[in-house]
Design a binder for this molecule. Structure first.
Ligand code: UDP
Length: 328
């Protein structure tokens, strides 16, 4: 039986990856320090013999006994609000955490796939973004802690590949959504859906002319799976190129949810990218992958998930309490 280590296993993408690899018949070792992740996302797997879970911070030395065939490094805060609140952990998990996992991959002769992001392109001056674009990142801005950690992560991954011959993959993930997103993580989809369900106005930041392109989680997981199984070492964009302005998106959510609320405008966060759309030619050509789930269907499935949450969860307005993880 193939054995795979998934870091960030209790998070949004990590938990979907655990499900996928269990379904594929793998022995899955999940790891998470639960700063932003939630055990609720994987508790259904605990009864399985082929699933193990370790509550561990990957910025500390990572030990896994026995053989390992694959490592997926998905541990990281991933929403702008989270990485503003825990900037140092964000830098450490992208840098030190990645270093530890690359060392583990080298030791175990395991193939490792690193979760990178469209944030490596920053506020892009090239549109849509191809993998060849180097990006436009403000190193010292509020998003710099995430963007630069992920850029360093790509560099050290390529260095381990070139210098130590480690078998590496890099996926650049564009905005992805679906069930198990954290309701209060501040990202636009849970924010709008939570607001609609609580009967609040939808908060559009800036004038709403900034664009994003949203990929349904099942498509994202399929793209990651195909990349892991490919023999391609350079970064690959995985996302849905169907682009929309945030203002139009708010209107779509109003129609989907049937809320009577309106859109209200708030100030635009610093360095919020003005446009984002993946060029997925590489994924199409190399992996034979393209997204299949359109926004209408994906948003409905996601709304059904948020609707199924308890009143208590829905009304827990504060973001996750990070205080016990933060040393001042
Ligand atoms: N956004 C918004 N209202 C919200 C949350 C986010 O208008 O309540 C905007 C945000 O400024 C950005 C876009 O939605 O332009 C996507 O934000 P998100 O935090 O989901 O992810 P990002 O792509 O910026 O990392």
């Amino acid at each position: 039986m193939k054995r795979i280590l998934i870091t960030g296993a209790a998070g949004f993408l990590g938990s979907h990856l655990c499900d996928r690899f269990i379904k594929e018949g793998y022995h899955v070792i999940g790891m998470d320090n639960l700063i932003t992740g939630d055990l609720k996302n994987i508790e259904h797997l605990f009864k399985l013999e082929k699933f193990e879970f370790y509550n561990h911070d990957v910025t500390k030395f990572v030990h896994v006994s026995g053989k390992l065939d694959y490592i997926l490094h998905f541990a990281s805060p991933a929403s702008p609000i989270d990485y503003l609140k825990i900037p140092i952990q964000t830098l450490k998990v992208g840098a030190l955490g990645t270093h530890n996992l690359l060392g583990l991959a080298k030791d175990k002769k395991a193939r490792i796939l690193i979760a990178s992001t469209s944030e490596v392109y920053g506020d892009p001056l090239v549109h849509p973004q191809t993998e060849e674009y180097y990006g436009n990142v403000n190193t010292i801005g509020p998003r710099g802690v995430y963007d630069e950690a992920k850029r360093f992560q790509e560099s050290i991954t390529m260095a381990y590949h070139r210098f130590h011959n480690v078998d590496t993959r890099i996926v650049r993930i564009f905005n992805t959504y679906g069930p198990k997103m954290r309701l209060n993580d501040g990202r636009v989809i849970p924010a709008f859906m939570g607001q609609a369900l609580r009967g609040e106005d939808l908060t559009v930041f800036g004038d709403g002319s900034q664009t994003r392109s949203f990929c349904y989680v099942d498509d994202q997981i399929e793209g990651i799976f195909k990349l892991l199984m490919s023999d391609y070492n350079l970064p690959v964009n995985i996302g849905n190129p169907h682009e929309i302005t945030i203002k139009d998106f708010a209107e779509e959510i109003i129609n989907l949810t049937g809320t009577n609320q309106k859109v209200v405008y708030k100030s635009l966060p610093q360095n919020d990218p003005l446009q984002r759309q993946p060029d997925i030619s590489k994924a199409k050509e190399i992996l034979g992958w393209e997204p299949k789930v359109g926004r209408e269907k994906g948003m409905k499935l996601t709304f059904d998930y948020f609707k199924s949450l308890s009143e208590e969860e829905l009304n827990k307005k504060e973001h996750k309490d990070f205080s016990k993880h933060i040393k001042k």
